[in-house]
Design a binder for this molecule. Sequence first.
Ligand code: 7RM
Length: 636
Amino acid sequence: MANSVTMLKIKTFADYQNEYKQSVENPEAFWEEKASHFTWRKKWDKVLNWNFKDYDVKWFVNGKLNITENCIDRHLPTKGNETAFVWESNFEDKPNRVITYQQLHDEVCRLANVLKSFGVKKGDRVCIYLPMIPEAVFSMLACARIGAVHSVVFAGFSAASLSSRIQDSDCKVVLTSDGSYRGDKTINLKSVVDEALETCASVTNVLVYKHTGASVNILSGRDIWWHDVVPQSSDRYEAETMDSEDMLFILYTSGSTGKPKGVVHTCGGYMVYTCYSFLNVFQYNPGDIYWCTADVGWITGHSYITYGPLLAGATSVIFEGVPTFPDAGRFWKVVDKHKVTHFYTAPTAIRALEAAGLNYVSPYNLSSLKVLGSVGEPINEEAWHWYNKNIGKEKCPIVDTWWQTETGGILISPLAGITKTKPSFATLPLPGVQPLLVDEKGNEITGNNVEGNLCIKFPWPSIIRTTFGDHERCKQTYFSTYNNLYFTGDGCKRDENGYYRITGRVDDVMNVSGHRIGTAEVESAINMHADVVESAVVGYPHDIKGQGIYAYVIVPSTQKNHDILRKEIIAEVNKVIGPIAKPDKIQIVSGLPKTRSGKIMRRILRKVAEGEISNLGDTSTLLDPAVVEEIVKTRL
Ligand code: 7RM
């Protein structure tokens, strides 16, 4: 019989130290106990099988469950009439929607029945391309209820990006809406889907939620209005029995090379870890109002809007809009309106709102706040102090949560009110997480006051299982750089007290406004422009975005006005990826600094983009050192 998941909560720093010790000394006994607080249809035979060499990890082997039963059904006897979600529209004068756990159950079941009627079976993939409306969460859970695998695509990605994701995972159905609102912009999502589907033969049905009222094209036989089929469906659906290691979802994320990879998470371990980490990091208590401002299109939305909070039986705010609409006071207005106790956002938003000034903060009563969170990129000390002083009024612990799409849940973070915080430090690993710093050669760097590449040496329950359709790529990317270690791609310092500070990516991945974007992806988009011969993209420090995108582009010395060319290149990037990958600076050059073997020396390009031109380091191996002079002279 399942106990209450609130039993998972650590209460003191001594508890934390004790749990941490147990989790390292006997991980299987540790996680077995945590897992026992959930509802399983059949208990596992073995807690863990793992092997980082050929990469194979299985948690709660042969255990059977359905995650939606744990997110919804188990709460119904006690919390059926309690609020699961309060939805706040993009427009502040539009009424909220309140969804109780019972209503969540009914909506998810209706949608599950509709998916079933489309012929979606256990294991089939379903693409979700929706704005931040409760239906996005219903959609994820409806898939999980019938055993289908969801692949949520952020509704800011272009038709080309959407299409390549649908193709990669062979999705059968797309769940979308007529349109979306983001601040003062409206986007016609359905027309993006239509364009994407011109190149996706696998999709048999598109379910369209009416949200903006935009006129849409309905392709008969394929496209169906949500309101024509969902409300009349049964509000009962017996959840499918899933194996612990059956796929729960695929989420595409950028890496240093090639196209985005489909990161795969599975049912059992992901459930245990997202709930455990949510409760412990945020120290959520019944009656609290939790708000994570992420979009469900990113892992933060999956783990800490949908699954973690629902597993814990929490009440959350879902917000459709953006931080600066109608003005830079919107976040604080929403905190005041809904009496938010736990607020979780990205440093880029904090910096943007800091820049707007305190006049946007002071009108609002923020006294409901108890815990503040940060995620997605390193938080600089200044932003940390501003957040602490002006939003938390120096009484709210800040949890700087480090994790990745691949980790499924938060790995390094303070536990709110329990771990002593330190500005810009993610502090200590959660129980079950064994971080390690290594040098370039893969030797462990021991002791404190050191810096290296961040690896993890033991699996935790929500670790990536594979990259969809290409296990070799998963092995290569994460488990081959260093022997027997998961490599994060991040650089990291460990201070004199053993606290961790993540310094940023050490590979060719940029972090722009908390979004992961590969330099190679942007280059390949730029290269689609007919006049572009070659390009090289690097990140550079940006006051608000954390990193900006700096592109060096070779075009034939001829014709076009450079401003027109830049506009066209930006349009190309918009078309191939989406507005989030828009280059901030485009420098037209006649050549790129290459070694004799033809490798672009990105180190030099990064320095020029940063404005660090006094010391470019060794350029003696360059094929043509004159290129560097030109690049320095014409830098933006
Ligand atoms: C959750 C998420 C992952 C990358 C990761 C880091 C960076 C995330 C922090 C952070 C410093 C943090 N997943 N990152 N959180 N850096 N401090 N608290 O963002 O897959 O989209 O990105 O984000 O570089 O590798 S993600």
